[in-house]
Design a protein around this ligand. Structure first.
Ligand code: MEV
Length: 433
């Protein structure tokens, strides 16, 4: 099988591929992957992220990749109205977020607060003859460590950020004791990975020198549990459809609290909103996912990131707490014009405000999913949008799309072959539509 693949694609061993210009890379790819002229045109097409910029963002670039960019409406967060840019391939998510946001408005909107932008960078020290002597020595020189780390980023210290603390833990690992130094850093408006990694690399030689041990890893921790966002909302029961719906939502949450199989899906619903905004604003989505799920497991049992309860009045109250390591300066945010545009649409200027918006969107997205699940189920709305996609894929255009969608729903058969058949029929017999 592997042999067969290699015969059709030639070899994947392409020394110097990264040194080629994008045009040369495309020619090479065309030849090896046997692409057509249309394929190459698709790859060469200019989009909102200019090819020239894309080529500088990562390695071996041969094009850009597009996803729908949409605006969720109705969001009132901390008494301020926001238009929310979202990038996502999944139908219903944007509609659901807007719908839930409309409901939260009735109770005064969503409140959200983010903590300071505290990230942790870890330095792993092994082969230390006396781990607790090492711990003592490192902590004794805390100020020296902080000064050196801060000297790697004078701009950060100028704006009031920098190392806040140095913590040392002796860990019992499968290969013996390790001494882990955590640099606790306020990275202000950056996501902070580059900042804290640079600091850890700068400090590591000192730690080796003082302790006689050997440093291996010097890297950020994505469990950003000191960079949290908390979002809260109260939704009047009547807006939701009555007290029974409130009860259904609370039962849905309790299911997630009791069962990690459900909690994973519950949190996936939250991440639908969080990651869609993260993509639109050029964030590191993998860091956000890693942080969220590690935080959800902090008790030793994977749990929901939100809580839903009924208050004394029978109204629904929702609370979400999760890490939110996002930045508004540096990295992909700065170079990607779409990310800049998203920040402009949002009107946010600081990482904290962006984190608050994203927490609020996560909470609204969660509310939308639980309300749908606790009432009519999510498939009805979902299938309509899915049917639209199928109709378009089948080749329907203009008014044909609605006709094909309605007919598929009427038949209870939402499939591509059915969409094609209906389209063929209405084209053969236009008066029947
Ligand atoms: C689908 O993308 C997300 C949901 O499954 C979330 C949930 O079940 O809470 C609807």
């Amino acid at each position: 099988m592997l042999d067969r693949c290699l015969k059709t694609i030639g070899t994947s061993r392409l020394p110097g591929f990264h040194k080629l210009s994008m045009k040369e890379r495309l020619l090479k790819l065309k030849e090896i992957a046997q692409l057509s002229e249309e394929d190459i045109q698709l790859l060469s097409r200019e989009g909102p992220l200019p090819l020239e910029i894309a080529d500088k963002m990562i390695e071996n670039v041969v094009g850009t990749f597009a996803l729908p960019f949409a605006i969720a409406t109705n969001f009132l967060i901390n008494d301020k109205d926001y238009l929310i840019p979202m990038v996502i391939e999944e139908p219903s998510v944007v509609a659901a977020a807007s719908n839930a946001a409309r409901m939260t408005r009735e109770g005064g909107g969503i409140r959200a607060q983010a903590t300071d932008s505290i990230m942790i960078s870890q330095i792993q020290l092994v082969k230390v003859p006396s781990p607790y002597t090492a711990k003592y020595v490192i902590l004794e020189r805390k100020q020296e460590i902080m000064d050196l780390a801060n000297s790697t980023n004078p701009i950060l210290t100028k704006v009031g950020g920098g190392v806040r603390d140095v913590e040392v833990n002796v860990l019992d690992s499968p290969v013996g004791p390790m001494v882990i130094t955590n640099l606790v850093v306020d990275v202000k408006d950056a996501m902070g990975a580059n900042t804290v990694n640079t600091m850890a690399e700068a400090v590591a030689p000192l730690i080796e020198k003082w302790t006689g041990g050997k440093v291996y890893l010097r890297i950020i921790s994505n469990l950003a549990d000191r960079r949290l966002v908390r979002a809260w909302t109260r939704v009047p029961k009547d807006v939701l459809g009555g007290e029974e719906v409130v009860d259904g939502i609370v039962y849905a949450w309790a299911f997630a609290a009791a069962d990690p199989y459900r909690a994973a899906t519950h949190n996936k619903g939250i991440m639908n909103g969080v990651i869609a905004v993260a993509l639109a604003t050029g964030q590191d989505t993998r860091a956000l996912e890693a942080g969220a799920h590690a935080y959800a497991s902090r008790s030793g049992k994977y749990s929901p990131l939100s809580v839903w309860e009924k208050d004394g009045n029978g109204d629904l109250v929702g609370y979400l707490e999760m890490p939110m390591a996002v930045g508004v300066i540096g990295g992909a945010v700065k170079v990607n014009p779409m990310a800049q545009l998203s920040l402009k649409i949002l009107g946010v200027k600081t990482a904290k405000e962006l984190a608050e918006v994203m927490g609020a969107v996560g909470l609204a997205q969660n509310l939308a999913a639980l309300r749908a699940l606790a009432t009519e189920g999510i498939q009805r709305g979902h299938m309509k949008l899915h049917a639209r996609q199928l109709a378009i894929t089948a080749g329907a255009a203009g008014k044909e799309v609605d006709v094909v969608v309605e007919e598929m729903i009427k038949r209870g058969a939402i499939r591509l072959d059915v969409a094609k058949e209906i389209l063929e029929n209405i084209r053969k017999n236009p008066s029947s539509s």
